[in-house]
Design a protein around this ligand. Structure first.
Ligand code: FES
Length: 151
């Protein structure tokens, strides 16, 4: 009469099962991390963006004569030099992202895509856009270089 041996699981099955469990749990943890990161970015959490906003060199101060409005393609911005001050408006329409054009007679801006209109200071005059043009930070450095912060 032979003695009964307790059933044993093959060690290769246990290893494979544990490996698959680790793989599944690791996948879920990675997916959760990506989800939390994306929600944080969507909500604009500080510290999730990398580095300072990009600065674009827009040219020299002499490139923007007094009482002028100049388009700077590198920054996708309209730079105005009025009353001895430079201001910059984002040329990207807040409706769906087309580039706004200057209206005739320097009377503001118009979007060629769906007809939104903005005043000379970027204020919303006519939709479908629901927000004004964004004011961008603009600086003149001691060497007369003009820079625009685009985001
Ligand atoms: S993208 Fe400018 S009005 Fe629609």
């Amino acid at each position: 009469m032979s003695q009964a041996q307790p059933p044993t699981e093959p060690t290769s099955d246990v290893t494979r099962r544990r490996f698959l469990a680790l793989l599944v749990h690791g996948g879920w943890a990675a997916a959760l991390g990506v989800l939390v990161y994306q929600i944080g970015r969507f909500l604009g959490a500080e510290g999730l963006t990398s580095g300072p906003s990009p600065l674009v060199a827009a040219g020299k101060l002499a490139d923007f004569p007094p009482d002028s409005t100049t388009y700077v393609p590198e920054a996708r911005a309209w730079v105005q030099h009025e009353a001895a001050a430079l201001t910059a408006l984002d040329a990207v329409c807040p409706h769906l992202g087309c580039l706004v054009q200057q209206k005739e007679g320097d009377s503001g801006f118009r979007c060629p895509c769906h007809g939104s209109e903005f005043g000379v200071n970027g204020e919303l005059e006519r939709g479908p856009a629901e927000r004004p043009l964004r004011q961008l930070e603009i600086q003149t450095r001691p060497d007369d270089t003009v820079t625009i912060r685009t985001t």
